[in-house]
Design a protein around this ligand. Sequence first.
Ligand SMILES: [Mg+2]
Length: 127
Amino acid sequence: MNVFFDVDYTLISDDGSLRPHVKQVFTQIKAAGHKLYIWSGVGIRWEVVRRHSLEGFIETCYLKPLSNYRDALIELGVDVMPDFAVDDHAGVIMAFGGVVVRPYYTPKPDDKEMLRVFEALTAYKKT
Ligand SMILES: [Mg+2]
C-alpha cells in the first residue's frame, strides 16, 4: 500500500523536533512491503525529511490537498493513490482511509502515538 504521512503535529512538533518512534514505525512499514510518502499542506517538506535523516524511508514528498481531497490530487501532482493516510486531521483520513493520530504540538518523550500506526495499518489491510 501507499502510506502517506502528514508532517506538522503528526511527525514533528511546533519546534520541529521528531516525534518518538517515527523511525521505528517507518522501518516496520517498509519491512512489511509498503511504500512511504510524506505530504504537507504548507509545502514540499524535504528540509524536514533531511533534518531528521528520513530520506532512506520515503519514496518522495508531495503537497497535500486541504479540500476536495480526491479531485485535488491531480492538480497538486500527486501521481500515486494514497491507500492509507496518517494525519492529525480527520478530513484526510475520511477521504483516503487511514488513522488519525493525536496532534504532537510540543515535544513529549513519552508519546507513544506512532506505535499505534503500524497496528492500524495491519488491521486495515485485513478489512
Ligand atoms: Mg498536521
